[in-house]
Design a protein around this ligand. Structure first.
Ligand SMILES: [Fe+2]
Length: 247
């Protein structure tokens, strides 16, 4: 499996607190069958990157060498979980924030006072500049629970969705779990990721199909979201077309 949403880099955000914790997270990942991850620290000021890329790249290198030393077979690709700021439309050098040097951009939406217009604007800004927007954890936004038309519209406009594996396993509010399962069952979620933050809580694991089938998804859907689609990201290929049924 390949996990495109992780907070494994130490000292970048609210994820791994130390290199030691990052190595334990990597061991968790390998134990559940993950062979590669995109390291996606929170990136709150894409229009003013400052030292973000430099720090991230140094953290990726430090982690890779610690994993080599510990003989943990996990590949680590640079990425970011981008939260669009007010000047997102003019953000420079977004390519370095994209997942593993591809055109797929993992985007986290602001949680409060989110409007349909705002969401469409963010997706448009990304697409107009040649990126393939992937919305992180759509199940966490009440706007999407209330208005499935906007979700269908976004999918129609080429936005991809990454559901968090823990939510699909039933950990979350009732609405979040219901929405996550519905999105996956409708073939509208392309990615299933851990959004792993630590070695104790919010761990870097993706439950097996035997566990997640309780959400009503098929093995084919599970394999697409945990392997086929994320492999396409790492090689910057288009995702194979699937028939979505829409919400
Ligand atoms: Fe995240």
């Amino acid at each position: 499996m390949v996990d495109i949403h992780t907070h494994i880099l130490p000292g970048m955000d609210d994820g791994a607190a130390s290199l030691r914790e990052a190595v334990r997270m990597a061991a968790d990942a390998v134990a559940c069958g993950i062979t590669a991850v995109a390291a996606t620290p929170h990136f709150f000021t894409p229009s003013d990157p400052g030292s973000f890329y430099r720090e991230r790249d140094a953290a990726v290198e430090a982690l890779r060498s610690a994993l080599r030393e510990a003989e943990i077979p996990l590949q680590v690709y640079p990425g970011a979980e981008v939260r669009p700021d007010e000047d997102f439309a003019y953000a420079p050098a977004l390519r370095a924030a994209a997942l593993g040097g591809s055109r797929y951009l993992l985007l986290e939406l602001p949680f409060r006072r989110l409007t349909a217009l705002q969401v469409m604007g963010i997706a448009d800004s990304a697409r107009e500049r040649g990126y393939r927007p992937v919305f992180a954890h759509p199940e966490r936004y009440t706007l999407f629970h209330r208005d499935t038309n906007i979700v269908n519209e976004l999918a129609d406009q080429g936005v991809y969705f990454q559901v968090t594996a823990q939510t699909l396993a039933g950990f979350g509010t009732k609405e979040e779990c219901r929405f996550a399962a519905a999105l996956c069952r409708a073939n509208m979620a392309q990615f299933l990721s851990s959004d792993g933050h630590g070695a104790r809580e919010r761990r870097l694991t993706i439950a097996s199909y035997e566990v997640l089938r309780q959400a009503g998804i098929s093995r084919k859907q599970y394999e697409f979201m945990t392997d086929t689609a994320p492999q396409c990201v790492l090689s910057d290929k288009s995702l194979p077309a699937r028939q979505a049924v829409f919400l």
